[in-house]
Design a protein around this ligand. Structure first.
Ligand code: PLP
Length: 398
């Protein structure tokens, strides 16, 4: 029997597969050092957990409106106004099962079969697959290390065709750890308005910034025309260490919000009622937990960056945000591991895992075949152990 060509074209997530593999090794009692998961290692702050327990005890255990409770949509509106200078009505917000579902919803709402979506690479691997799920065609354009992996407006213009429907970008970026300047964001906004295309702005790492003079700018705040064309995507997973609670959201114009809400009402209904109550506490409660976690990530970033850059054959830019170190390993190409030459980051990662039980993510699926992504959302001791092993691994290459 013929199955769906559209879904068959979707590749499984290689990062989720790697995370599962390292969990499997750990379960076998092996001393794995995993830099794979894009997930803060901190516990969810207590006041958020308590809000969830209260919600259970108060019987908030029923379906909610498909777009989320009025409480959470109001909390999101307040957050967007306070942090990003964006004014939305609760009706313009749809709360979903993580930013992942929010992104898929956004693509489903705007894409017709064959529409193109421009994706500046290196990009978070799910974007291209999500576009395909929605029936669209991902059009990847490459950014350059010399430009800190920030997209050149000319490259966007060159990629635009009559079928272009949208551009998606992510700042701070997974996997590069770079931040778009306001100037770069303004250039994207101008192009989107000029060519009448949508922008999907993934701002999930906005709270994790390590450069004093770089502030997060939400593209939708740059004027009414770009506000109308932008779907802002954000959530609580990364800022509040709430990955398992599955709460993300979109903010968009009312027409798009209605479409997203309607589609979601048939697919999943509203997200978990208890998680919504917890996310309200996250968004409206004390914010010092966010800053504490950011500071801890910054310390780890400084350490891992110094260690990796001191290693022969590896190089990386200093991360400005998120929690990833994006490492160019092409400097070791041609060296041999047990007589086998290394010709790609994927081979480097496979040999490193085999020899030293260190897991890093090869970035071919992120449009960066010479790079490995190291998530530093793990303890300093783990980072130190992993770095010592990588040094030893490099030392034995011939
Ligand atoms: C850039 C980016 N956007 C969205 C997500 C999805 O976040 P959530 O866990 O809320 O679905 C991730 C998670 O890894 C991410 O890295």
């Amino acid at each position: 029997m013929q199955l769906s060509n559209k879904v068959k074209s979707v590749k499984p997530s290689s990062t989720i597969a790697l995370t599962a593999k390292s969990a499997e090794y750990k379960a076998q009692g092996l001393d794995v050092v995993a830099f794979a998961a894009g997930e803060p290692d901190f516990d969810t702050p207590d006041h958020i957990k308590e809000a969830a327990i209260l919600a259970i005890n108060q019987g908030k255990t029923k379906y909610t409106p498909a777009a989320g409770t009025m409480d959470i949509r109001k909390a999101v509106c307040d957050k967007l106004e306070k942090d990003n200078g964006l004014k939305y009505l609760p009706e313009q917000i749809v709360v979903s099962n993580g930013a992942k579902q929010a992104l898929v919803n956004a693509f489903l709402a705007i894409i017709n079969e064959g529409d193109e979506v421009i994706i500046p690479g290196p990009f978070w691997l799910s974007y291209a697959e999500m576009v395909k799920i929605a029936g669209g065609v991902p059009v990847v354009i490459n950014t350059r290390k010399e430009d800190s992996f920030v997209v050149d407006p000319k490259d966007i213009e060159d990629a635009i065709t009559p079928k272009t429907k949208a551009i998606i970008f992510n700042t701070p970026s997974n996997p590069t750890g770079m931040i778009y300047t306001e100037e770069a964001i303004r250039a994207i906004a101008d192009i989107a308005v000029k060519h009448d295309i949508f922008v999907i702005s993934d701002e999930i790492y906005e709270k994790l910034i390590y450069v004093k003079d770089k502030k997060h700018v939400s593209i939708a705040s740059l004027g009414p025309e770009i506000y109308d064309r932008t779907i802002v995507v954000n959530g609580v997973s990364k800022s509040f260490s709430m990955t398992g609670w599955r709460i993300g959201y979109t903010a968009s114009n009312l027409t798009i919000a209605k479409l997203i809400s309607s589609a979601q009402s048939h697919m999943t209904s509203g997200p978990c009622s208890i998680s919504q109550a917890a996310a309200v506490a996250a968004l409206t409660g004390p914010q010092d937990c966010v800053e504490e976690m950011r500071k801890a990530f910054e310390k780890r970033m400084e350490y891992i960056y110094e260690r990796v850059n001191a290693m022969d054959g590896l190089s990386c830019l200093k991360p400005e945000g998120a929690f990833y170190l994006f490492v160019d390993v092409s400097g070791v190409y041609g060296k041999k591991y047990n007589g086998k030459p290394i010709t790609s980051a994927a081979e480097f990662a496979a040999y490193l895992l085999e020899d030293k039980l260190v897991v890093a993510v090869p970035c071919a699926d992120f449009a960066a075949p010479d790079y490995l992504r190291f998530s530093y959302a793990v303890s300093i001791d783990t980072i130190k152990k992993g770095m010592d092993r990588i040094e030893a691994f490099l030392g034995k290459l011939e």
